[in-house]
Write a protein that binds this ligand. Structure first.
Ligand SMILES: Nc1nc2c(ncn2[C@@H]2O[C@H](COP(=O)(O)OP(=O)(O)OP(=O)(O)O)[C@@H](O)[C@H]2O)c(=O)[nH]1
Ligand SMILES: [Zn+2]
Ligand SMILES: [Zn+2]
Length: 514
């Protein structure tokens, strides 16, 4: 009887129970599969948080970008987003394999190796769980793939958007520069080369890292975050008026500071040409002082554009106020004397170049005068005392003229050499304007033969230079070379109250006219 029970009834019952159990297999397998999918999704979400937010070492597989080496933090969509995506892919794959194998291992241990119930129950149950895990693993793979795919698509679209934004911003900035008449960039006041976009130092005093190119791109679209965390606007147009950063020239061997206003307004370049001691420095001083006088009387505002120009003008103003004499200009390469005139849209950055007289006389020296190429208005300072005919007209009975202040360089010589220099630089002068400043007018007061009849009149001055001083050839060359020539008799002097001679105001207005 016991044999019947053991070999017939029990197996039959077991088989019947197994058959009954088969009904529940799909449900159990489906539940186990769903549990695996849900576990995988939950772990993937934690992975996302770890890679994108926590960024703790266990979530790092690719070394991060180092702002200390690159000087600035990268924009997320210029590198870091792709790095995150690659890390997600690597870690996601690992996570999938580990979760699935762990699940299988647990079933094997709990149901096959060391089951807590009889094997006759645990084995079918274990097999069901195996089936469920297989289904779950197969179903989770495309779901996770889809999530990663969507992430990659988002990154790709946003990266494209970021690049387009950067390009648009750069194009807008370029358009503004062209509108300002600076298509090739701004003028470096030290090496006179055009700088398309200056390098900027971090404004934080404890940092001062130099950023070679801060334009929108890899390191920020609207603002660049320096390695020290300070934010720097990426474009000139994003710098507010009172937070203009001062850039540095990007040309090799220069690197000198640019004017903080450079690039924010159109520029005017005004070279002063003339022989040694013709009166260029004093004229330049008087021009700026005259503009300061005008500003004090309600005219357009003026401010010196950089600390060096401010310091130089302060010294020159003192010389003018004590009616002293300027010192010969150093032969070293001149630096522009720069100021900003006007306000709002009428603002102009003016660079006046006072070059040592010798530079125009020695041919080999002149290649350094690169700023000439950019000028549209030139000033030729003509000291009448440097012309031989001047002294023959001196009235011995009249007041003495201080000969020590006379230039000894022949103006015709200086002019023809300068024009030749300008021509070899490939600059066309037929559209340029020339202001001829006949200097030291105040020294001739009382000697009426030494001045034109109407010194404030261009044509009369011209006739006087032509007829009385015998400069016919010089004037002819001027007419031939330049589109427009105008003559001024100037006295670069100021009275005790610092008011500059009126002849300078008229002259400077003409020079700055556009
Ligand atoms: N009274 C008077 N003196 C002037 C005038 N312009 C220049 N001077 C004097 O003439 C001398 C030469 O003038 P500068 O302005 O130094 O001449 P420069 O052309 O700059 O000469 P370099 O720097 O050597 O090229 C100085 O002693 C000036 O003070 C002027 O309009 N009136
Ligand atoms: Zn430079
Ligand atoms: Zn910094």
């Amino acid at each position: 009887m016991s044999d019947i029970l053991t070999f017939i009834i029990v197996p039959a019952l077991y088989l019947a129970l197994l058959l009954l159990y088969l009904v529940f297999v799909p449900v159990i397998a489906a539940l186990r599969g769903a549990a695996l999918v849900s576990e995988l999704l939950w772990r993937y979400c934690r992975l996302l948080g770890g890679v994108l937010r926590l960024r703790t070492p266990e979530f790092v597989t690719i070394p991060p970008y180092r702002p200390a080496d690159e000087r600035a933090h990268r924009n997320y969509f210029f590198g870091p987003a792709t790095r995150d995506l690659r890390q997600l892919l690597t870690l996601g794959r690992r996570l999938y394999v580990r979760t699935v194998t762990d699940a299988y291992r647990r079933v094997t241990a709990d149901q096959f190796t060391a089951p807590s119930t009889h094997r006759s129950a645990s084995v079918p149950y274990g097999l069901t769980l195996y089936l469920g895990l297989g289904v779950g693993a197969a179903a989770a793979a495309p779901v996770l793939g889809l999530l990663l795919g969507l992430h990659a698509l988002g990154v790709a679209l946003l990266t494209l958007g970021a690049r387009l934004t950067a390009l648009t911003l750069r194009a807008a900035d370029r358009a503004v520069m062209i509108l300002r008449g600076l298509p090739r960039g701004m003028l470096c006041p030290s090496c006179f080369e055009r700088v398309p976009y200056p390098a900027y130092d971090c404004p934080r005093t404890t940092c001062r890292r130099r950023h070679a190119d801060i334009r929108p791109g890899t390191f920020g679209l609207f603002r660049r975050r320096c390695a020290c965390d300070e934010r720097i606007p990426t474009l000139l147009m994003l710098m507010s008026r009172d937070a203009r950063l001062s850039g540095h020239c990007v040309h090799e061997h220069c690197g000198k500071p640019m004017n903080p206003d450079a690039g924010h307004m159109p520029e005017l370049i005004l070279p002063l040409i003339g022989g040694r001691a013709a009166g260029k420095t004093q004229l330049m001083a008087a021009m700026v002082k005259a503009l300061e006088n005008t500003a004090e009387n309600g005219g357009p505002a003026i401010r010196l554009a950089d600390p060096e120009s401010t310091a130089n003008q302060r010294v020159l103003n003192e010389v003018l106020e004590i009616q002293g004499h300027t010192r010969p200009t150093q032969k070293t390469l001149p630096r522009a004397h720069s100021f900003v005139r006007g306000s709002g849209r009428a603002e102009r950055l003016v660079h006046v170049f006072d070059t040592a007289g010798e530079r125009f006389v020695n041919r080999e020296e002149t290649d350094a005068l690169r700023y000439i190429r950019e000028a549209r208005t030139f000033v030729f300072v003509l000291d009448p005392m440097a012309v031989g005919a001047f002294w023959t007209r001196l009235d011995p009975a009249g007041p003495k003229v201080d000969r020590t202040l006379a230039s000894t360089v022949d103006p015709e010589d200086v002019f023809s050499r300068s024009v030749q220099t300008v021509r070899t630089m490939g600059t066309r002068l037929d559209k340029a304007r020339l202001a001829v400043a006949v200097s030291k007018r105040d020294l001739m007061t009382g000697q009426s033969a030494l001045l034109p009849d109407r010194p404030d009149h261009s044509d009369t001055t011209r006739d006087w230079l032509c007829e009385r001083l015998g400069l016919r050839n010089l004037l002819k060359t001027m007419d031939l070379e330049f589109g427009e020539v105008r003559f001024f008799c100037t006295a670069a002097v100021a009275d005790e109250e610092g008011r500059v001679d009126p002849s300078i105001g008229v002259f400077v207005d003409w020079c700055l006219r556009e």
